[in-house]
Design a binder for this molecule. Structure first.
Ligand code: DC
Length: 663
């Protein structure tokens, strides 16, 4: 997951491959709550692991529910309609799918509870739900602004024969909350009347579908009247599977429609949703087809490729696909003409005011955007020259971040900077990793930062930290030479046998897991870090054949979204076109002191004098060898870190890097 402050996405070209979707957020959170309210144990498979489901699970545990997690399966010991505690303070983050139904369920079950969230949650209205619950006699106070969370719940005098009216035109989650809570007190028929036009109906269909799986058969008259039959009781279905998230599918459907076809692949295959999905956002497929996408659907999968290109502008009522419709706004950038998305008033009360957010960020890219109270009109930049780039604000809204990643296919080939990319954790924590696994950029457009320098100059630590800060991959090229020497010695090949060592280098069975390095199945991370290993690496690295044998392996590290590589010849030989090259030095004494400290802390005894002597010998060999000798690339920036802390060095490099960017 990208924990970085911003993520730069290079201009993307092609796409292809298979995407397995994370579980649906709406289904996950509904199922978790229903399982908790039911009698019996429920094993929920394929649960989405995300911020919003974490919020729900924590709350359920606080309420006395037993929760066991095992990968993407969660086992819930149901409370059978009775809470394990009558007092708790629950933090709902920014999860509307937890806040609304828990408010209703706890208000009806009785007890003293406080429900709060992040600042944005306290700006998302809940007054209509509170009004409906107060009609039933529930005790609810506002702790801040009236009509908004945070809330205090206390036991009231329930009047269950009162008519229950709820507004349907602000958020369908109010009706969902009541539908999920009322079976807890359905001694008589409970009838809900919806006031105003019900929006986001597909989400109500999900609710009704899942209620049925948990034993509650709601009677429905149109979209105005819903009756929960007397005597309804939650009963666990035992096992239940969560579908893939249809809203998350929209980004990859759009990707298939926008991207060129990756060599050796045949479009994008999405596993987890398909023609049998119960989620309303699956109808995004129809909208994407209208814009030109070529989509084939099977019961639990979709196949997408480019159809019409450029895409076709559409004028569409999006009430039935409120979340996925944001993705249409990005597809509009690649369409001929003006796209109009209508009936999207609910965007205004989501994670952020999504109409305002999309309009503002689309304009930054050069689009012309008209914003209405409940609609948005988007005209793409007229020519390639009118495309612009700028850091994209994401407003702590996962969907804004995911949508705008697709702007990286712009014809002007401009990179896109996504601010606060980790907000995707709300529904799709590894979204960017999945995106990069199925997309391709021209290799030359994938940025590389090279950090070369002598032994013990601190380039490894610096490079790894810069990579971490930018969300880039990291290549420790020295490790490849160390591994080669190690593997050669294992195979009984003499270190001076250039051809023999090169053969070993070509077939290294190497893999990286986190910061551990494996040779075959063996973790050799520590074995290759010894001083002797470093000396052996220096010896094998002097053979031109060995250096050539390791070339392709090193180039293969240049992958999306970017690379920080450290070594001796990264800037001068391996990545001569790198956008930033740094030659890191420190005096031999400083380097010897650092290495001395390292060895002592590992309990290895050594004298400073010997270390300095060895370092200088290694420097001499690396500098004077004929093949790719250690020297600064002509266009490298020199950084002497003798008196610089690692933090200061990282800041300096990121600063230089920022200077090369168009943002
Ligand atoms: O950075 P290090 O100490 O792990 O490198 C071990 C040896 O590998 C070093 O003495 C020289 C060689 N090397 C090289 O020749 N070219 C590189 N790009 C990296 C390391």
């Amino acid at each position: 997951m990208f924990e970085v402050e911003y993520l730069d996405i290079p201009p993307l070209k092609d796409a292809g491959g298979t995407v397995r979707l994370p579980g649906s957020k709406s289904i996950s959170n509904r199922v978790l709550l229903l399982a908790a309210l039911s009698r019996g144990t429920t094993i929920v498979h394929d649960v989405l692991a995300s911020d919003d489901t974490a919020v729900m699970l924590t709350a359920l545990e606080q309420l006395g529910c037993s929760v066991q997690k095992n990968d993407d399966t969660v086992t819930i010991g149901g409370l059978g309609g009775k809470l394990g505690t009558k007092k708790a303070s629950l933090f709902m983050g920014n999860a509307g799918t937890a806040m609304r139904p828990l408010t209703a369920a706890l208000a009806l079950l009785g007890g003293n509870f406080e429900l709060s969230g992040v600042a944005r949650m306290h700006e998302r209205p809940i007054g209509d739900l509170v009004d409906a619950l107060r009609q039933l006699g529930c005790g609810i106070d506002y702790l801040g602004t009236p009509d908004f969370p945070p809330l205090r719940l206390y036991p009231g005098n329930l009047k269950l024969d009162a008519p229950i009216c709820v507004r349907g035109d602000i958020s369908s989650q109010f009706l969902t909350a009541l539908l999920m809570a009322l079976p807890l007190v359905a001694h008589e028929d409970m009838c809900i009347e919806v006031v105003g036009e019900l929006i986001s109906r597909p989400y109500i269909e999900i609710t009704l579908n899942l209620l049925a799986r948990f034993g509650i058969q709601v009677r429905r008259e149109g979209w105005q009247r819903f009756t929960i039959p007397a005597g309804s009781q939650y009963q666990s279905p035992g096992h239940i599977h969560v579908e893939g998230d249809a809203s998350s599918a929209s980004y990859f459907i759009a990707l298939g429609a926008i991207a060129g076809c990756r060599r050796g692949q045949n479009g994008i295959e999405i596993i987890g949703v398909g023609s049998e999905s119960i989620q309303g956002d699956i109808r995004f497929v129809e909208a994407a087809r209208m814009m030109g996408a070529q989509i084939d659907s099977a019961p639990n999968s979709l196949h997408i490729s480019r159809g019409s290109w450029p895409l076709k502008a559409i004028d569409l009522d999006c009430n039935h696909i409120p979340d996925a419709a944001m993705t249409l706004a990005i597809m509009a950038l690649y369409a001929e003409g003006t796209t109009v998305l209508r009936n999207i008033a609910s965007w205004r009360v989501k994670e952020t005011d999504r109409i305002a957010a999309m309009a503002c960020e689309l304009r930054k890219l050069g689009a012309t955007v008209d914003e209405g109270t409940d609609c948005i009109k988007i005209t793409p930049p007229a020519t390639q020259l009118e495309w612009k780039t700028a850091p994209i604000h994401t407003y702590d809204d996962h969907r804004v971040a995911m949508c705008f990643s697709l702007a990286a296919f712009n014809p002007a080939r401009l990179p896109i900077r996504i601010l606060d990319p980790k907000c995707v954790a709300k529904t799709f924590p590894d979204y960017f990793e999945v995106l990069f696994a199925v997309t391709e950029a021209a290799p030359a457009s994938i940025p590389v930062i090279c950090i070369d320098g002598p032994t013990a100059s601190g380039k490894g630590t610096l490079a790894a930290q810069v990579a971490h800060q930018l969300g880039y991959h990291y290549l420790d090229s020295g490790a490849l030479y160390r591994l080669t020497a190690f593997a050669a010695a294992r195979a009984g090949v003499g270190l001076d046998d250039a051809a023999g060592v090169a053969r070993v280098a070509r077939d290294l069975p190497i893999s990286f897991k986190g910061d551990r390095i494996f040779l075959g199945l063996e973790d050799v991370s520590d074995a290759i870090r010894t001083e002797a290993s470093g000396m052996a690496a220096s010896r094998v690295s002097a053979h031109t054949e060995v250096r050539t044998a390791l070339l392709a392996l090193q180039h293969s590290f240049r992958s999306l979204p970017g690379l920080v590589a450290d070594g001796r010849d990264m800037g001068s030989v391996i990545f001569p076109d790198a956008s930033l090259k740094i030659y890191l030095t420190a005096s031999a004494l400083h380097r010897a002191q650092r290495r001395h400290k390292q060895l002592i802390s590992k309990g290895i005894s050594a004298t400073l004098q010997n270390i300095q002597h060895d370092l200088e010998a290694r420097d001499t060999r690396d500098i004077s060898r004929r093949s790719a000798p250690l020297k600064p690339a002509d266009d490298a920036l020199l950084l002497d870190n003798s008196d610089l802390s690692i933090e200061k060095s990282v800041i300096q490099v990121v600063d230089w890097w920022q200077g090369t960017r168009p943002f």
